[in-house]
Design a protein around this ligand. Structure first.
Ligand code: MLT
Length: 268
C-alpha cells in the first residue's frame, strides 16, 4: 500500500536531513576584520557588524549592562548628545563623555568601566560619546545586526555568532583617530579564533588571520600587550592602570550588547 506523507512527516524528514547534512557541511560565517572605522567599506553592509573598542568604550558598555543599565545611546557628536539627553528624565540619565582619554567637563561620567557601578548605572540610560568607539558604531549603524564586543564579554559574542551563523560578519576595530590599535585587533582575533578552530569560518580578508596570530601570541598576557599599545600608554600617563587591568580580562561578563534601535544599545 502506498504510504501517505503528512505535513508533520515532511517537517520531521526535513529536520533529519538538515541535521545529517550539518555533520558534513558545517555552516560558516564569512568573516572580515577592519582595523578602523576609516578602513571599513562604505558601499555595503554585512549581516552582522561587531564593534570593538577594548580600551575602553565597548568594555564600558558591557560593564554598564552587567550592572543593570537600561540602555546605552551612542553619539559621535557632543552637542547632539546634549540635545537628545536633555529630553530624557534627569533622574534616569547619565551623560558619559570622553575625549583624549579624559572625562568631558560637565558630564557625570567619563569612559571608565570601573565607574559603572550598580548604584550609579542601574536602571539608567547612558548617553555616551567617546573619541573613537562611538564613531565606529556610527559607521555600521545601518547594519541589520550590530553588536559590541570587548575582551570582557568575548564569549557572549562568540556564542551568538556560533548559534546564529550570520552569513557575513564584520569585526570593526575603533583604532585611534584612524590608526590601527593592538587591543582591538587582538580582541578580533579572540573572537575569530574559536570559529576557525571549529571550522565555522570562511576568511573574508587577510586581516582575520593576522588578528588570530596576534591573539595566539598574546592571549596569556593581554595586560602586558595593552600597556605597550599606544592607547594603553596614553591611559597609563593618565594614571588609569586599573582600567587597563580590568579591560584585559577575558570572558568575565556574560552580556551581549546589541543595537535595539538606531544608535541605542540594549542587553540581550
Ligand atoms: C575611544 O573611544 O577612543 C576610547 O574608548 C577612549 C578611552 O576612553 O579610553
Amino acid at each position: 500500500m502506498r504510504r501517505i506523507f503528512t505535513a508533520s512527516d515532511r517537517v520531521r524528514e526535513h529536520a533529519r536531513l538538515e541535521s545529517s547534512l550539518a555533520i558534513y557541511l558545517p555552516l560558516t560565517v564569512k568573516l572580515f576584520v577592519y582595523h578602523t572605522p576609516e578602513a571599513t567599506p562604505t558601499e555595503q553592509l554585512p549581516d552582522c557588524a561587531v564593534v570593538i573598542d577594548v580600551l575602553r568604550a565597548t568594555t564600558t558598555i558591557a560593564t554598564a549592562f552587567a550592572e543593570g543599565a537600561e540602555a546605552v545611546q551612542a553619539f559621535s557628536d557632543l552637542d547632539q548628545l546634549l540635545a537628545v539627553s536633555e529630553q530624557w528624565p534627569a533622574t534616569q540619565r547619565l551623560r558619559a563623555g570622553e575625549r583624549g582619554g579624559k572625562q568631558v567637563e560637565g558630564f557625570e561620567l567619563g569612559n571608565s568601566p570601573l565607574a559603572c557601578t550598580r548604584d550609579r548605572v542601574a536602571g539608567k540610560r547612558l548617553f555616551l560619546s567617546t573619541t573613537n568607539g562611538t564613531r565606529a558604531l556610527q559607521r555600521v549603524i545601518d547594519a541589520p545586526v550590530v553588536l559590541t564586543a570587548a575582551q570582557v564579554n568575548r564569549q557572549a559574542v562568540v556564542d551568538y555568532l556560533q548559534a546564529e551563523q550570520p552569513e557575513t560578519v564584520w569585526l570593526v576595530g575603533s583604532g585611534w583617530q584612524g590608526t590601527y590599535s593592538l587591543e582591538d585587533t587582538v580582541c578580533a582575533g579572540a573572537i575569530a579564533s574559536p570559529l576557525l578552530e571549529q571550522q565555522q569560518l570562511t576568511l573574508g580578508n587577510d586581516e582575520v588571520l593576522g588578528a588570530i596570530a596576534l591573539y595566539q601570541q598574546w592571549q596569556t598576557d593581554l595586560f602586558k600587550l595593552f600597556c605597550q599599545a599606544s592607547h594603553g600608554e596614553r591611559l597609563l600617563r593618565l594614571n588609569l592602570k586599573d582600567d587597563i587591568d580590568y579591560c584585559a580580562q577575558t570572558d568575565v561578563l556574560n552580556v551581549l550588547p546589541w543595537q535595539a534601535e538606531r544608535g541605542v544599545l540594549k542587553a540581550k
